[in-house]
Design a protein. Structure first.
Length: 204
């Protein structure tokens, strides 16, 4: 009885293999070119090794925040819009609100991670650059130039008190050296960052 089952299984596998070998390919798909692969491989590791050339300051970022329409979703002051809070207002409540909840005194403000702000909650400054570059502006993702991303990153870091000088130039060398307030709150460096899951608890 057992040998009959083995024989039947072998016959099924043989027929399936033969059918697969004879099935048409339909001529779909092609191997991506090296240029296409480079265009798609845009993720930036936490240590910033893949950051592109470019530079920006918070002063430049303030202008871009307006001209690129960031205020339309995040609010003119970086808070109060329908998108996550980017700049902590002076009267923001302590970070003890349940994730996703809205504090009554901040109606319409989406609280990210119970009050945590990306520019202070992220353990690595290049992670902010990576998110802005790949995910902003909404519906026009990937259209920002490296200089613009450096400037917007500097703007958020400056407005949240992470860097102290609005004229400080951030580039591929200086950005990874920015000391983040929450650097010790995470495993550093995260293992296998490209193939593994995003940092647990990080909403971006």
């Amino acid at each position: 009885m057992a040998s009959s089952r083995v024989l039947l299984f072998a016959m099924i596998v043989g027929v399936a293999t033969q059918a697969q070998a004879q099935s048409p390919t339909y001529g779909l798909g092609r191997t991506p070119t090296p240029e296409e692969l480079r265009a798609w491989d845009i993720s930036i590791s936490p240590d910033g090794h893949e950051l592109p050339p470019g530079q920006g300051t918070a002063k430049d970022g303030a202008k871009l925040y307006v001209s690129k329409g960031c205020a339309g979703c995040h609010g003119a002051g970086g808070y109060g819009g329908r998108a996550p809070v980017l700049i902590k207002p002076d009267n923001m409540p302590a970070a003890n609100i349940a994730p996703g909840a809205v504090a009554p005194e901040h109606a319409g403000m989406r609280m990210a991670m119970g009050g945590h702000i990306m520019a202070t909650h992220s353990p690595f400054a290049p992670t902010i650059w990576d998110y802005i570059s790949r995910g902003m502006p909404l519906n026009r993702e990937g259209t920002l130039k490296p200089d613009e991303v450096y400037s917007l990153t500097a703007f958020l870091l400056f407005k949240n008190g992470v860097i102290k000088d609005e004229d400080q130039v951030l580039d591929q060398q200086s950005l990874p050296k920015v000391q983040m307030p929450n650097a010790k709150g995470w495993v550093s460096p995260p293992p296998d960052w490209k193939r593994g899951p995003r940092l647990q608890g990080y909403p971006y």
